[in-house]
Design a protein around this ligand. Structure first.
Ligand SMILES: Nc1ncnc2c1ncn2[C@@H]1O[C@H](COP(=O)(O)OP(=O)(O)OP(=O)(O)O)[C@@H](O)[C@H]1O
Ligand SMILES: [Mg+2]
Length: 429
């Protein structure tokens, strides 16, 4: 008997594994069908997908990356040929026709996907009906949930590169305050929570407000630290869930600025995955270009993309393969010194060449100004009233003029985001 048990046990485990794989396929097919109903899946649907993978008991034990790959596969097939792709998805779903609980779960996933962007479109309703049909359910058993009226459009702007000290955190808070000054509701996420520069910057600002010094706008902020789970897959899933719940808490925000670590970590890669716009600040020196590409410094020529540049290119390939668009990538030169005109021109030439090859837009960023360090400790930005404004001497006037120029640089960067809605916020209160 023992030999029989040993024979049947692996077979039973294999059958269970296959059943789980089939369930993941059916769930991802359902999600992809509805998410692709009106074109390629958007950020809201991708966020929801993470939430589903994290919260649905029968899916939770699986590697979320594998599940997302399966979702991407179905979405890609649908974007290549709607008829063939949808038929493939229906076949995966029909595996569970007549099963006890799974059809209900799949219909809930379909409904949640349909309402992820704030309303159920006619196309999404048709896809829910397709899921229902594949499951062999009568039409009247298709539950349509109420649309979620609260969710609005949200643009995620990620500050990222893999070099320390290039101005990611400084720029993140300046952009956040600039957008708030235009009346937008803004959230910030510190994915570099271990170092916590942006979190400390905002904490300094909160202290200033609490001391009653000034009524300053403060973004809704979340800090995320690396997971302390030992298993790599579990740690990655944990970090993904943390980020996903941060976005959920910031759901009403029109813009979310995400600061990332200046090194290669899972959290910096994750930030990229959720970005609509990526801003990469570079210090204004030739050596700093190597964060994007390897350069032959003797001949001043581009050799090949470096690790960070490759990661962004891979992310864009993944998006295009899933039928989506590449992220809007802006590279900005920070700490501009204007002292070495030849060097500046050379760097400009090389970066423009690199931009054409790698798909980024080049923008001048912020000039070198010692005031940034002081602003950090005070929790202030260039958009807050400068201290000592009642002094009318020439020194103060010159300082004020410099302050206005610096402010304009951040405003120019904000304008480069190219969002129609950047200008469309309500007047600040
Ligand atoms: N335009 C600028 N002029 C002068 N100093 C600047 C400028 N931009 C940033 N700094 C200063 O450079 C230092 C690093 O900036 P910041 O912390 O924003 O960089 P970071 O890219 O977020 O760094 P890390 O990778 O370590 O997180 C800070 O002391 C900041 O005040
Ligand atoms: Mg930082």
């Amino acid at each position: 008997m023992e030999f029989l048990r040993r024979l049947t046990e692996p077979a039973a485990a294999k059958a269970a594994r296959e059943r789980t794989r089939a369930l993941v396929e059916a769930a991802m097919a359902t999600a992809a069908l509805v998410a692709s109903a009106d074109g390629p899946a958007g950020l809201a649907q991708r966020l929801l997908l993470d939430q589903i993978l994290d919260s649905v008991e029968s899916l939770r034990g699986n590697d979320p990356h594998v599940a997302v790959e399966i979702f991407n596969g179905f979405a890609r097939a649908i974007s290549e040929s709607a008829e063939v792709g949808r038929a493939r998805a229906s076949t995966a779903i029909s595996e569970f026709a007549g099963a006890p609980d799974t059809p209900r779960l799949l219909l809930h996933i379909a409904n949640a996907m349909a309402t992820a962007q704030g309303g159920t479109s006619a196309n999404a309703t048709a896809e829910i009906a397709r899921v229902s049909k594949a499951l062999g359910l009568p039409e009247e058993e298709t539950p349509i949930l109420e649309p979620d009226a609260e969710a609005g459009p949200c643009t995620v702007i990620v500050l990222g590169n893999e070099k320390g000290g290039t101005g990611k955190s400084t720029t993140a808070l300046h952009l956040a305050v600039c957008l708030m000054a235009r009346g937008h509701k803004v959230g910030t996420i510190d994915l570099d929570g271990h170092q916590g520069t942006l979190s400390r910057y905002i904490a300094n600002r909160v202290k200033l407000v609490e001391r009653g010094g000034q009524a300053l706008p403060v973004p809704q902020h979340r800090r995320i630290v690396p997971s302390n789970l030992r298993d790599r897959v579990a740690a990655h899933a944990d970090e993904r869930a943390e980020l996903q719940s941060a976005f959920k808490l910031l759901r009403g925000c029109r813009f979310v600025l995400v600061d990332t670590p200046g090194s290669h970590t899972h959290l910096s890669r994750l930030g990229l995955e959720f970005a609509d716009t990526l801003i990469t600040p570079l210090n204004d020196s030739f050596l700093d270009i190597d964060v994007l590409a390897r350069i032959d410094h003797g001949r001043r020529e581009i050799v090949e993309p470096s690790a960070y540049g490759r990661m962004v290119l891979d992310e864009n390939d993944r998006r295009r393969a899933a039928g989506g668009e590449a992220l809007d990538w802006i590279v900005m030169r920070n700490r501009l010194a204007h002292i070495d005109a030849r060097n500046t021109r050379e760097m400009d030439r090389l970066l423009r060449q690199l931009g054409d090859r790698m798909g980024f837009r080049l923008r001048p960023g912020l000039s070198e100004r010692v005031v940034f360090r002081e602003l950090f400790y005070k929790g202030l930005t260039l958009f807050d009233p400068p201290a000592g404004g009642d002094d009318t001497g020439t020194g103060a006037a010159r300082a004020l003029a410099g302050h206005c120029r610096a402010r304009r640089e951040v405003e120019d960067l904000t304008a480069a985001l190219g969002q129609d809605s950047v200008e469309a916020g309500q007047a600040p209160v």
